[in-house]
Design a protein. Structure first.
Length: 218
């Protein structure tokens, strides 16, 4: 007895679904159908081959802070003193007036860390960005909530001799119709004498980049 046409069509459809299911990638298989790609570590001192834009990037931060560090250490008025000067390096007076989106702490933190390491005691760094931390601990010691620790107590916290100031500026150009973007950056660094309000040291870093389409920075 022959099967009804509707039954044959139903059986054929079920067979097709089964075949398609068999072609699907099973969990744990070696096939990679994901749209992304594995994470790749890159050299922070080199430009990215796939996401390079016209903004301030990791290789710029590394290059500029290394150059400023060497210049400061080579300045006798700063690092050649008989008594190590106290320096404040943070982002409070380091402004971003450019069209690039950048966390200023990335620049000032790296500069401070590299200077601390390389100066080997020739410079003393005042942690003004941790001022609240020190104030709370000093208050606890003096109120008797904690003992005096193993380091001497001082009447006041350390004052600074020099403090970092600076500015990030830029100039942009864009060619209509092609998407070509060009950006020039000038980053200035200055150490200010905190008594006389004079500039004891000044340095700058500049670069210009061009790209067909700019990268979105976060």
């Amino acid at each position: 007895m022959m099967a009804a046409p509707s039954s044959l069509r139903c059986a054929a459809a079920m067979g097709l679904l089964a075949a398609l299911a068999g072609c699907a990638t099973a969990p744990g298989s070696n096939l990679n159908n994901s749209a992304g790609r594995p994470t790749i570590y890159q050299d922070v001192a080199s430009a990215s081959p796939t996401t390079a834009g016209v903004g301030v990037e990791s290789q710029d931060v590394v290059s500029m802070t290394d150059r400023m560090m060497r210049d400061i250490l080579a300045t006798p008025a700063i690092s050649g003193r008989s008594v190590a000067p106290r320096i404040i390096i943070d982002s409070e007076y380091f402004s971003n007036d450019s069209s690039s989106r950048i966390n200023k702490n990335t620049i000032t933190d790296r500069l401070r860390v590299e200077l601390t390491r390389a100066s080997a005691g020739r410079l003393v760094f005042v942690a003004r960005h941790y001022g609240d931390m020190a104030s709370r601990e000093r208050e606890a010691k003096r109120n008797g909530d904690s003992d005096g620790g193993t380091i001497r107590q001082t009447k006041a916290k350390a004052g600074g001799d020099f403090r970092l100031g600076g500015r990030i500026t830029s100039m942009d150009a864009m060619k209509k119709g092609t998407g070509a973007v060009s950006r020039y950056h000038l980053i200035t660094f200055e150490l200010i004498d905190l008594e006389q309000e004079t500039i004891a040291w000044s340095g700058s870093y500049e670069f210009k980049k061009e790209a067909q389409d700019d990268i979105l920075y976060r």
